[in-house]
Design a protein around this ligand. Structure first.
Ligand SMILES: C[S@@+](CC[C@H](N)C(=O)[O-])C[C@H]1O[C@@H](n2cnc3c(N)ncnc32)[C@H](O)[C@@H]1O
Length: 271
């Protein structure tokens, strides 16, 4: 597992501080700042959040990132029974209400959970996806496949709850094993992220490795596969030595620490 040092991450991606960014329950203090730092640096314009809950994170990102044009928050009906019983208390009575006053926010209630969604339900040019819905392995895998399909021009996928939830951990570990460790854990947080090449890489675009086949690789990733660990067209690029995703800028990836992740204190697992 790639682990990017805490200080190095915020050195590279800038501050994620903002009023209300800290203090999230079921997380480490730096989880929301890490997400915000990525959204600021990448200048993300179209965002999807799987598991928007009441919309606290959505409201924060919308307030702090005026360049966001569209923010789709996905959740379930109030009487939904999540796959993991431990997630039952998280199901909101009124999903997304904290962000609902912002005209850029759209709520998508998936009656049967996000696993019933397909790419046609989502915007097709997304550049930031935050995966924080069901933490059941099959759901995380499905949400990851949807995220990749929605990102033809590149961007960043952020997962919450690694290593605090075994389902999230399994999916990310499987992807890293299959694809070459392109997903990095931010040290001291429960946040993992992966950068994809493409025209939507914003401020980082110029520092990502140049790769004439990058768009083809991203297109490969954009193939929707409910089993996100199944080989996709991008895997062929990997065999030829070209990684299917952008990964970190060279100076960052060379400083990543390759070591096993350990659970961090300060939060309650699986939420
Ligand atoms: C940890 S909370 C999300 C917190 C939120 N992302 C935030 O930062 O404020 C998990 C959310 O996932 C939702 N959820 C659970 N199972 C889901 C499913 N199958 N599909 C979509 N959302 C689901 C829950 O209703 C809950 O709102």
């Amino acid at each position: 597992m790639n682990v990017i040092g805490y200080d190095l991450f915020f050195e590279l991606f800038g501050s994620g501080e903002a009023p209300g960014a800290r203090g999230q329950i079921y997380s480490t203090p730096a989880d929301r700042p890490a997400l915000l730092a990525l959204a600021r640096t990448m200048r993300s314009r179209t965002v999807i959040e799987f598991g928007v809950q009441e919309g606290r994170t959505a409201a924060l990102l919308l307030r702090e990132c005026p360049w966001i044009e569209r923010y789709v928050g996905i959740d379930v009906p109030a009487d939904f029974a999540p796959a993991l019983v431990i997630q039952l208390p998280e199901v909101p009575q009124i999903a997304g209400h904290r962000a609902a006053g912002d005209g850029r926010f759209e709520l998508l209630i998936a009656e049967g959970g996000s696993r019933t969604l397909s790419p046609s339900d989502l915007p097709d040019r997304v550049d930031l996806v935050y995966i924080d819905g069901s933490h059941a392995e099959a759901d995380v895998r499905h949400d990851t496949a949807l995220a990749r399909a929605a990102m033809p021009l590149g961007g960043v996928i952020v997962w919450h709850d690694y290593p605090s939830c075994i389902g999230v951990q399994r999916v990310i570990d499987q992807l890293n094993d299959a694809e070459g460790d392109h997903i990095a854990l931010i040290e001291g947080t429960w946040i993992c992220f992966e950068l994809f090449r493409g025209n939507a890489c914003g401020a980082l675009g110029s520092s990502l490795p140049s790769d004439p086949t990058g768009m083809a690789a991203v297109a490969g990733r954009a193939e929707y596969s409910p089993d996100a660990t199944a080989p996709v067209a991008g895997a062929a690029q990997q065999e030829s030595g070209v990684p299917p995703s952008g990964g970190l800028a060279p100076q960052a990836s060379s400083r990543l620490q390759d070591r096993p992740a350990e659970p961090f204190g300060g939060g309650v697992p699986c939420a």
